[in-house]
Design a protein around this ligand. Structure first.
Ligand SMILES: [Mn+2]
Length: 412
């Protein structure tokens, strides 16, 4: 049995309460305006357990005296609607992808649920309580929870989010493979941009070149592509990409191709004319060395917070030496983010709490940066690391990053 989604459900079952029904929702499309919607992306926890990326689908995991049962509810066949928005997933496809043999139509869900409560002697219902902040949009699971407390006020509810989050933190072989494939495409697309990059090119032209390469290989972007030249490089999430590059500018790329739901998160900083100035080289190499400080320190037991402290310590030492700062507290002027985050189905993946302790199988980014506004210098270099028992493995070793590699590539 190789279906990764099936393996994950089995693992989740071991943590669920006895005599419970756990229900996960893929979610509904989000309205953009008028009759248009944002491109649908299934709730990540639902996807993680089913491999299904369809709206309105519901996964039910029943853990009862009769054993463990899985049921997947999918949208009812609707030939009229399919003429407008595309073909719905069929029961046969749903079985193939998810490995769940019991597929039913979603119109029968409420009836199934009511009957199950009685016939299976259900004592509690598990729902996904993933919540970004107090005011974020309610999830389908939360709408359902409200309905449940209205109709069945005595039923116990429990949150399955912590169980799934813990599982998603550790990437399995399928996930690592998918990230590596996304990295390979990201590399190809970065090189395509570099071969055409020259002073006077607009940031959006570089973005378009990157996306062309990604799309023609059936990928999408993991997040909004950042192409920040000159002074724009000091804005961490600059996505306007509208400026014309000037001779002598650095261009900060922060981007990632996404394939099969997993993506890369890579940053590189290149001189638009192909050659670093002495000052740019000096700052660039400090950032590159900071990356090594992190890579050498990553191992099970360490936290992201500790890694960031190491980077800060390193920057203070180096920036003091080159007289950019006189006092450690001045570092915040030039380095104002954290050195990494977990990467997975989401770019800023589950597990980005200060106290998450690294374990083998986790994937994190390593992305120190220095931003000197008064000199139009914004430099960030980022790779993706797989934590192993011994330390870590760079998942993107093929993407050029030393001054020599970059200058020699850009001579082409
Ligand atoms: Mn990142």
């Amino acid at each position: 049995m190789n279906n990764p989604f099936q393996l994950r459900r089995e693992k989740l079952f071991t943590q669920l309460k006895d005599n419970s029904l756990t229900i996960l929702f893929s979610g509904e499309p989000l309205r953009k305006s008028a009759d248009s919607e944002y491109e649908f992306e299934a709730n990540r926890n639902f996807y993680y357990l089913t491999g299904i990326n369809e709206p309105s689908a519901i996964l039910v995991l029943a853990k009862t005296k009769q054993g463990n049962r899985e049921i997947l509810f999918i949208r009812d066949i609707n030939y009229d609607l399919e003429k407008w928005i595309g073909i719905f997933i069929s029961p046969k496809e749903a079985i193939e992808v998810s490995g769940i043999n019991n597929i039913q139509f979603v119109s029968g869900f409420e009836n199934y649920f009511s009957r199950s409560l009685i016939h299976m002697e259900i004592e509690s219902v598990g729902l996904d309580g993933d919540r970004q902040n107090f005011n974020s949009q309610p999830l389908s699971s939360e709408h359902f929870a409200k309905k449940l407390t209205d109709k069945h006020p005595l039923l116990n509810l429990f949150d399955v989010y912590p169980f799934i989050a813990k599982m998603r933190l550790i990437k399995d072989e399928h996930e690592i493979k998918a990230i590596k494939e996304a990295v390979a495409l990201t590399n190809k697309a970065i090189e395509a941009v570099l071969l055409e990059m020259k002073p006077g090119m607009y940031e959006y032209e570089m973005e378009a070149r990157f996306l062309y390469e990604v799309h023609r290989h059936h990928g999408t972007e993991m997040f909004d592509t950042i192409m920040a030249s000159g002074k724009n490089g000091v804005i961490l999430h600059y996505v306007e990409n509208k400026a014309k590059t000037q001779d002598g500018d650095l261009v900060l790329f922060d981007l990632g191709a996404k394939l099969n739901h997993y993506g890369a998160d890579i940053s590189r900083t290149f001189p638009v004319n192909g050659v670093f100035s002495e000052r740019q080289k000096q700052i660039y190499n400090i950032v590159l060395d900071a990356m090594d400080v992190v890579t050498n320190a990553v191992k099970p037991g360490v936290t992201l917070l500790e890694l960031n402290d190491l980077v800060k310590e390193f920057f203070v030492e180096k920036l003091t030496k080159i007289n950019l700062i006189q006092d450690p507290f001045e570092l915040a002027k030039y380095y104002y983010h954290s050195v990494g985050h977990h990467l997975g189905l989401d770019t800023h993946d589950i597990g980005n709490t200060e106290n998450t302790v690294l374990e083998a199988g986790m994937v994190i980014t390593n992305e120190p940066g220095l931003y000197i506004k008064e000199e139009n210098i914004g430099i960030r270099i980022e790779t993706d690391l797989l934590v192993t028992n011994e330390g870590c493995i760079d998942l993107a070793p093929q993407i050029i990053k030393t001054v020599e590699e970059i200058e020699s590539f850009m001579k082409k």
